[in-house]
Design a protein around this ligand. Structure first.
Ligand code: AMP
Length: 411
């Protein structure tokens, strides 16, 4: 479908044609008419499907028709909540691109950077606000954000938002907005907790589902390596020396794992960088840019830190750890083999991860070819290595409530 058939107005169509988009993607085709019709909506769509434009374009169109007159301070009428800073920045860039020929103003708020410049921008007034939950609530507490005029609220990557523990913040933000509003919820996966959230804050929503459940998995050459946990580093080096070349994204489950692998790869002469929850915003951006500019060829990331980031044309994805959520596997390998290119994925499975493979294979509807030509084969009868925590067994030895509060992020 062409964008002009979606009843978008000229300034927006002009910006779209400058972006060189020829046709609307399926999620755009299905979503835009409902958003223009002011319906609440739940969409299952992953990064890369064009979901940002699916909500940004109709929001711009709705706001374009009722802009504040030039002299008045603009009021925030659309609010997009995003779980990560990177994603929030990307969304705001999209609003800026698509809204280039409108007078609508947008800004982005996220933590980890100075709050004062953000206050200054808010004072001048914006139409569209993109924010991560914590910083938004901070600024609201300080009376710098007025959510009384919100007409459309977007919750992007809702599943990740809940995984990161933002459920109460999201509910609070929804209550701070005016009652009569349109709510749009986008999520890469639709676990029951997301459905529950949707049931509590959306009214008679329409649903849109464009999950490419197995299509991503079909365009990628997948291989599975059974390997003891302790030999994964060696297997990784072996593959980098012999099989895997080009731009490579390596996924690990925790930031501790990411750091350890980065150190080891650098020690072995590889140009590698990483993105994880312990890095500052600018350090993450720097790592991402180095990868995009080909100063480094290996980027190591946690799922959470890399979610929503637009990294295309990857030659290979390595699943150093197997994800426990099967959709995450499809999501990860979908980053290679994009736009008709052939991609490759290599998954390292230790004895304790075998059950994850079964659920992944059930989701993608086929078994992943097993590679047996490598020097670190896992004994098929190997039992999962159980990590026994040492320390006191008594109640006294348990962590206090206070120390639990200081719990560090793992992503
Ligand atoms: P998203 O799923 O929103 O992260 O978008 C993924 C990428 O697709 C972004 O780089 C967009 O610029 C691009 N994109 C969005 N809509 C279209 C379209 N209709 N045609 C071509 N590219 C698009």
């Amino acid at each position: 479908m062409q964008f002009k058939d979606l009843h978008l107005n000229k300034p927006i169509l002009k910006a779209i044609s400058e972006s060189k988009y020829e046709l609307a993607t399926p999620v755009q085709e299905k979503t835009i008419p409902f958003v223009l019709d002011k319906k609440d909506l739940i969409a299952t769509a992953q990064t890369g499907t064009g979901k940002t434009a699916a909500f940004a374009l109709p929001i711009l169109q709705l706001l374009f028709d009722k802009q504040d007159s030039g002299k008045k301070v603009k009021k925030i009428k659309a609010l997009v909540i995003s779980p990560t800073r990177e994603l929030a920045i990307q969304i705001e860039e999209s609003f800026k691109t698509y809204g280039k020929y409108t007078n609508l103003k947008s800004t982005v708020l996220f933590g980890g950077t100075s709050i004062e410049p953000q206050k200054e921008i808010l004072k001048k007034g914006v139409d569209i606000l993109i924010a991560t939950p914590g910083r938004l609530l901070d600024l609201h507490k300080q009376d710098c954000v007025n959510l009384d005029y919100i007409e459309t609220l977007v919750l992007d990557e809702a599943d990740l938002m809940l995984d990161m523990g933002f459920i109460n913040d999201v509910k609070k933000i929804e209550r701070l907005c005016k009652k009569e509003k349109q709510v749009l919820l986008f999520s890469a996966t639709m676990p029951s907790k997301v459905v529950e959230l949707a049931n509590t804050i959306l009214k008679n929503p329409v649903t849109v589902d464009v999950t490419p459940k197995s299509s991503a998995a079909e365009s990628v050459n997948q291989s599975l390596y059974y390997v003891p946990k302790t030999k994964k580093m060696e297997l990784c080096l072996y593959l980098l020396r012999n099989n895997v070349k080009g731009d490579i994204l390596i996924f690990r489950r925790t930031k501790f794992g990411v750091k350890k692998l980065e150190k080891m790869l650098r020690k072995n002469g590889y140009k590698a960088d990483s993105i994880h929850g312990d890095k500052t915003q600018s350090a993450r951006e720097e790592a991402l840019n180095k990868f995009k500019n080909k100063q480094v060829s290996i980027l190591i990331a946690t799922d959470v830190a890399s979610r929503g980031i637009d990294i295309d044309n990857l030659d290979a994805v390595i699943n150093f750890d197997i994800p426990n959520v099967p959709e995450t596997y499809v999501h990860r390998i979908g980053r290679t083999g994009r736009a008709g290119n052939e991609g490759n994925s290599y998954s390292f499975c230790a004895a304790d991860e075998k059950t994850y493979i079964l659920t992944i294979e059930k989701l993608i509807g086929k078994s992943i070819p097993v590679e047996t030509e490598h020097p670190f084969l896992l004994d098929p009868n190997a039992k999962p290595e159980v990590y026994i925590k040492r320390g006191s067994n008594t109640k006294k030895g348990r962590k206090s409530a206070a120390s639990k509060k200081n719990k560090k992020r793992w992503y």
